[in-house]
Design a binder for this molecule. Structure first.
Ligand code: FE2
Length: 274
């Protein structure tokens, strides 16, 4: 099956680019399943129900999140009314919403998607992601209740991301890092068949600081005195993510390659999809 994962949508620029491009990508490349990280979609901070629903309408099967999941308070409420919106699974028991789910892909495959947050340089510090993923995979093992397993590991430190991926190698189809907003070039298939990238990058304006207008972040580095608020950058967005071919027989990854479309970064689409 063909799966597309798009990294963190940032602000109006990022979400508009995803809504505009996703339907064409799904039909042109005959995609079976699409996941989009949406935790920065509302002005860089959280996501509203309207943005979530529009992203699903554009063709996303699941929207994942991370540390900014509750920045828009309405998420605490709508997270309980849909199974296609995920917050990190390692939030404490009793947290609204869900951290994972099983979804039917367009080719009929059962895709288990789990969203887990790292703990190195991350706030809030959640439960141990390694213990959490162990419980998640035990509840829905690849090859039994799931034909594919995708984990959005929302974390800062590449060491934690890499170790996490090795920990689940052979038990997941894809471990995709999110949160840093900068796409990495280390996409690969690990020894036991799990596809991996340290960070998918963002869908946003790359003439910025991580998708935010660069003036205020730069001011804070220079002066240490806040002058204003962080605002999402409004220039045209480049969408970033990874395309993965997953074996229908084993549920493990056959191929992974980056996808980047937009005015700022070098454009690329997975060659095996053309
Ligand atoms: Fe984040």
């Amino acid at each position: 099956m063909r799966l597309l994962f798009l990294g963190d949508m940032v602000g109006r620029s990022g979400r508009s680019a995803v809504w505009e491009k996703l339907p064409g990508l799904i039909s042109d490349f005959r995609l079976d399943f699409v996941i989009v990280n949406g935790e920065n979609a509302a002005g860089g901070f959280g996501i509203t129900e309207e943005i979530f629903r529009e992203t699903i309408s554009a063709g996303a099967d699941v929207v994942t999140t991370g540390n900014h999941v509750w920045d828009q308070r309405e998420a605490l409420e709508f997270a309980q009314r849909t199974d296609r919106f995920l917050r990190p699974a390692n939030y404490p028991k009793g947290t609204p919403g869900r951290g994972s789910g099983v979804y039917q892909a367009r080719n009929g495959a059962r895709v288990f998607v789990s969203n887990i947050m790292g703990r190195v340089f991350m706030m809030p510090e959640l439960d141990d992601p390694f213990q959490s993923v162990e419980a998640e995979l035990a509840a829905c093992p690849l090859g039994e209740q799931a034909d594919a397993v995708v984990i959005d590991f929302h974390a800062e430190a590449t060491s934690e991301k890499m170790c996490f991926a090795h920990f689940v190698d052979g038990r997941a189809s894809l471990v995709v890092g999110t949160h840093t907003h900068q796409p990495t070039a280390d996409h690969q298939i690990l020894n036991a068949g799990t596809a991996y990238i340290s960070d998918a990058g963002m869908c946003g304006d790359y003439d910025s600081s991580l998708g935010m207008d660069k003036e205020e972040p730069l001011n804070r580095f220079l002066s240490k005195v806040p002058k204003g608020r962080f605002e999402a950058a409004g220039g045209p967005a480049t969408i970033c993510g990874v395309g993965v071919d997953i074996s229908d027989r084993t549920g493990l990854a056959d191929r992974i390659a980056p996808l980047r479309l937009g005015p700022r970064l070098e454009e690329t689409v997975p060659a095996f999809w053309s």
